[in-house]
Design a protein around this ligand. Sequence first.
Ligand code: SF4
Length: 281
Amino acid sequence: MAENLPITVGGEPSGAGDSYGSCAEIIGLELDILGKPVNLRIGVGQGQARLTDIVPLAQAVCTKITDAVLERIRSDGGCIPCRKGCSACCSSLVPLSVSEALRLREAILAMPESQRRLMQQSCLLVAQRILKRKPPKSFVAQTAGTSPNSLDEGNMVASWYRNLNLACPFHYKGVCTIYEQRPLACREHFVKGSARACKGGRGTAEEVKMPVQMVAALAQLASELEGTGVEAVMLPLVLVWAQENVERAKQTWPAAMMVERFVEIVKVMASKNSTAVITQT
Ligand code: SF4
């Protein structure tokens, strides 16, 4: 386990093989996801943490939840055709939480120059194409970093974006070039049914709805910590947005307080959706 990180993530609370020696506190997260227990141990340092520091924890929780949901669907006889290399959904609108947007910018800036330039150019190209088209009213707020005010507005923006038929700027030759850093919305996007249907062919594909969406949990956390509205950033606009909001990556809060609040948010969201139907059309 890496040292000097304010927040570190372990697995099941077995105790064996864990290395939390440098952590001041261990916080447990226990969830019931569709009847399956999901447990994580979170090591928290004594110091301060930035918004970006909580993203690996959200990714770990996301993996645990999606594994539990997919296992349940498969055990019920459902087919999940999603595979690494399938990019049928990579032209959809991908919302990022503020924490992810700031962290992704840092990851891109840390890449070798040639790779970084390609990504910057690709993002700029897609961003220009987005901004040239006449967006729905709520889009203006969203590009400024504010979520649509209602589900209807969110659906309208998603539908408008789909019609632009834009590939993700990080998609290259059938591969996600930021796979290890890909957004939470990509990590928790799965369909049940036929992959052919995702590409406009025969059959049906239903989107799997996760009981807790980590993007929403992170967005709420950032909103509470910063005292802002709940925000989302469109993926192709991430570099432009993050550059304008770079100061927000510097602000810190006590790591323990940040993790405790994140755990509470996730638990409340999970309990609200504990009996939710796991697919939506
Ligand atoms: S970030 Fe990767 S997984 Fe997500 S839409 Fe882009 S190419 Fe696809």
